[in-house]
Design a protein around this ligand. Structure first.
Ligand code: ARG
Length: 473
């Protein structure tokens, strides 16, 4: 014999999903499952999505025009309350979606109860994150351009200055300081490309997947997409609610940017040391020591370098979060947001301060030039000179190697050798070698496309300046 059904009307119905429940949620469970303390920042995106959804429901006749209007008005009021700091976020309502929906129902009654028709939090949260990431991507792209502008300005200002280029952190060949700076311009240009590409996959409208299987109600997904400025809609409802690839991609773009910033930071820490003294950071961009009165520390680049740990961590966290998740939505996915937010925040702060720091940097051109004097930086030029005299490169390499070894033993540089001394290593060496063995001569000769000759660097600089000038973002 079956038991008579009873209809619980108490507490649980306070919750938007309370109908099925007969007991109050444990306070510990409410605290454990709540995400409102971090997802509240999605309020604008959530409201924008709900407005488009309600407009679509009204257009399709699923709700009345009047109900659509009431929902729109109620959401507008809630938006204002949040922005004015008057909205009370309630942890027992779990997340931003239910806080807003409950406030709407409290405000406008039964029309508010119709907002969630043909929608689930599963497609709703996917929409919110996509809207948020679309904005963040554009913000990062603009910040990247700002940083690139700072590099190009320094490259313009220091055009002509020469420094040692390094491999293995050993002096290798003379390069223009501007060439080194423009290397970073290129790195951040690729980061921009990556973000633009990632944006294509962020910019796909998920709403209408509902919980996982779509809906039987006559919705118009294309309309919602148009309202929210999405060029396309997602193709498979199950994929839609389980997919966070776009977030992984975004955070991976962030991680690569942060790695580039960290390499820059490392160079600035090194270059501002007493050992290098290649650059001076403005006092306003350094901090002191609480015990050592003489100290002026490069804390800004150090922190940028240090913060790469958290961005890489966020990428690992997201990859691990998705690994082994069965289709479709699982509550695990709620863990995505803090990683996404932290990566976006960290990288945008670091990009902004890096651009500012670059503007506060002085290149010690004399000191950089001095550093090109020792360390046989033009040895390759001597080998190339011999190649010009029809000596096979390997043989030339050996000849110059012998000359360098002799210099090391004698405590000399190649430029200290007389013509006669040079000729003891190869008879083909003539007077014209001396012009080539200087840092200027060496860099002037490197005319291959992408090389460090002043001609090529000036061209690259002009091209970068044009590119940036033509750019709106
Ligand atoms: N706060 C949730 C999240 O971030 C929203 C989706 C909840 N969906 C659910 N079926 N419980 O993922």
């Amino acid at each position: 014999m079956s038991k008579p059904l009873n209809n619980p009307t108490d507490q649980a119905s306070q919750k938007l999903w309370g109908g099925r429940f007969t007991e109050r949620t444990a306070a510990t469970v409410e605290a454990f499952t709540a995400s409102i303390h971090f997802d509240a920042r999605l309020y604008r995106h959530d409201i924008a999505g709900s407005m488009a959804h309600a407009a679509m429901l009204a257009k399709q006749g699923i709700i009345s025009a009047e109900e659509g209007r009431l929902i729109g008005q109620g959401l507008t009021d809630i938006l204002q309350e949040i922005e004015a700091g008057r909205f009370i976020f309630r942890p027992e309502l779990e997340d931003i979606h239910m806080n807003i929906e409950k406030a709407l129902v409290d405000k406008i009654g039964s029309a508010g109860e119709k907002l969630h028709t043909a929608r689930s939090r599963n497609d709703q949260v996917a929409l919110d994150i996509r809207l948020y990431l679309r904005e963040e991507t554009d913000r990062l792209i603009a910040l990247l351009s700002g940083l690139q502008r700072a590099f190009v300005a320094q490259a313009r200002q220091n055009l002509g200055a020469i420094m040692p280029g390094y491999t293995h952190l050993q002096r290798a060949q003379p390069v223009l300081v501007s060439h080194h700076l423009l290397a970073y311009y290129e790195m951040f240009e690729r980061d921009r490309d990556r973000l633009l590409d990632c944006r294509k996959r962020i910019n796909v409208m998920p709403l209408g997947a509902a919980a996982l299987a779509g809906t039987g109600l006559p919705i118009d997904r294309e309309y919602v997409a148009r309202e929210l400025g999405f060029p396309t809609i997602t193709a498979n409802s199950m994929d839609t609610v389980g997919d966070r690839d776009f977030a992984i991609e975004f955070v991976s773009c962030c991680a690569i940017i942060q790695i580039h910033l960290s390499r820059l930071a490392e160079e600035l820490v090194l270059w501002s040391s007493q050992e290098f003294r290649f650059v001076t950071l403005a006092d306003s961009f350094c901090t002191g020591s609480s015990i050592m009165p003489q100290k002026k520390n490069p804390d800004i680049p150090e922190l940028i370098r240090g913060k790469s740990g958290r961005v890489i961590g966020s990428l690992m966290a997201l990859l691990t979060l998705l690994k082994g998740l069965p289709l479709t939505y699982n509550r695990d996915l709620q863990e995505d947001k803090e990683q996404i937010f932290d990566a976006a925040d960290t990288v945008s702060h670091c990009l902004a301060i890096s651009a500012e720091m670059l503007g506060n940097l002085t290149f010690n051109r004399d000191r950089m030039m001095q550093a090109t004097a020792a360390g046989f930086l033009t040895a390759t030029d001597l080998a190339d000179y011999l190649v010009g005299k029809q000596i096979p490169f390997r043989t030339a390499h050996g000849i110059v190697g012998n000359a360098v070894a002799a210099c090391v033993a004698a405590g000399k540089e190649l430029t200290d050798l007389s013509l006669g001394e040079l000729q003891t290593f190869s008879a083909v060496i003539a007077e014209d070698i001396f012009a080539l063995l200087t840092p200027e001569g060496s860099s002037r000769s490197r005319l291959s496309f992408g090389g460090t000759s002043p001609t090529r660097v000036s061209e690259a600089l002009a091209k970068a300046e044009q590119t940036l000038a033509a750019r709106s973002l």
